[in-house]
Design a protein around this ligand. Structure first.
Ligand SMILES: Cc1ncc(COP(=O)(O)O)c(C=O)c1O
Length: 384
């Protein structure tokens, strides 16, 4: 299904894509229908929960405004920074927006009130700022409790005090309580059951909406599907689990990173490729040079052997990733029976439809989150 979708987009637009790619280097094709499909999968998994779509970090590199526009069916959006919320409001997005790290100053509270934002309050510094704020508005506030991650949130001991101060603050019109899971992608760990039990114990009698699950929490831990869920990764069609692919979870990749093939070369046995000659031809070889590099966000630590999709077949990356280019070994592709025609200008898929970004991440000792978030500004997002 997902494959047909990318094939369609390339076929529909292949000349345009070729020109665009050749002139502009790589581009990220963002499939709005995949975003909508993935959102429906969240609804299917957590049918009674409201859905806060996490679109911080430029919607994990997918483009914060177009993604918010595509995900109209979300009940709220979550961002990390005020700047991200401002971009959404400037674009006319009227959904509730939660500031996941909250605010610290009166001027930021003024702005949050003016833009109808809902700050997370996770510390006494923030609580103090809210209590001493002279603003006349009152806000919906998400109170964060730390159930074991030790990153943000009131400790279990401090929570009762914080909650009662928030409940009695005239600046607060609505309270929601939340926590974040440290290890939800590992179904074998005891950390998540501990966190869930602690959260349940602290919040069961509060009588307000509660929120726990990120993507892994939603998918693997039914008790994390409370009144609100907070998916990020799965909306973009990536799997949070090492042992289960996005396709197995029926998620569709929303981003396909494409770059043009800009040169083809024949090498004799023993010739080396790229900086430090890090790859050496073991036979007569045909290699391709693709116009994508670490300045575009392609990971510099991707090893020789990292999969790259050329003409619908997986070929290995060879040698070091340069700032603007990578090399791929096309020998098997070109030499095989019925081999596809490969020529300069052809679009090459670095990840996305047909090549899960999780596989590339594995070869670069990182995670899919980092790869999509690190796409650089010179890569154009094209929405299909
Ligand atoms: C507080 C909070 N909730 C939800 C999410 C979404 O997590 P995921 O992308 O794993 O679904 C994040 C992301 O880091 C987060 O910080």
């Amino acid at each position: 299904m997902a494959k047909a979708c990318f094939a369609d987009s390339v076929m529909m637009d292949s000349l345009q894509l070729r020109n665009l790619a050749l002139n502009g280097g790589p581009c990220a094709l963002i499939d709005r229908s995949a975003l909508c499909h993935n959102l429906r999968m969240v609804r299917h998994t957590a049918p009674t929960s409201k859905l806060l779509a996490v679109i911080k970090a430029n919607a994990y590199g997918h483009g914060i405004v177009p993604v918010a526009q595509a995900l109209q069916d979300a009940d709220a959006f979550g961002v990390a920074r005020l700047k991200e919320a401002m971009a959404l409001r400037n674009a006319g997005i009227t959904h509730p927006i939660v500031l996941l790290e909250g605010v610290y100053s009166h001027s930021d509270l003024d702005l949050a009130a003016r833009l109808s934002l809902q700050p997370v309050i996770h510390s006494f510094d923030q609580l103090q700022a809210l209590e001493s704020w002279a603003g006349s508005a009152n806000l919906a506030v998400w109170c964060k409790v730390d159930t074991g991650m030790n990153r943000l949130g009131f400790s279990a001991d401090a929570f009762t005090v914080a909650w009662s101060r928030l409940s009695s603050s005239p600046r607060v019109k609505q309270l929601i309580v939340m926590t974040h899971l440290a290890d939800a992608d590992d179904r074998t760990q005891v950390r998540t059951p501990h966190q869930l039990a602690r959260f349940q114990q602290l919040t069961k009698d509060l009588g307000v909406d509660r929120s726990v699950g990120n993507s892994a929490g939603i998918l693997a831990w039914p008790d994390a599907r409370l009144e609100w869920v907070r998916p990020g990764l799965m909306l973009y069609g990536m799997s949070p689990f090492a042992d289960t692919s996005a396709a197995q979870l029926e998620l569709r990749p929303a981003m396909t990173l494409v770059a043009p093939l800009i040169a083809l070369r024949r090498l004799s046995t023993g010739e080396e490729v790229g900086y430090a000659g890090a790859w050496r031809a073991q036979r007569e070889s045909t290699i391709g040079i693709v116009a994508v590099g670490y300045a575009d966000g392609y990971p510099r630590h991707a090893r020789s052997g990292t999969p790259v999709l050329v003409a619908g077949r997986i070929v290995p990356l060879i040698g070091r990733v340069s700032m603007d280019m990578i090399a791929v070994d096309l020998t098997d592709l070109i030499g095989s029976n019925g081999s596809p025609k490969v020529e300069v200008g052809d679009p090459v898929v670095l990840w996305g439809d047909g090549l899960p970004v999780e596989q590339v991440a594995l070869h670069a000792d990182t995670i899919s989150y980092e790869l999509v978030c690190a796409i650089s500004q010179r890569v154009e997002n094209r929405y299909i």
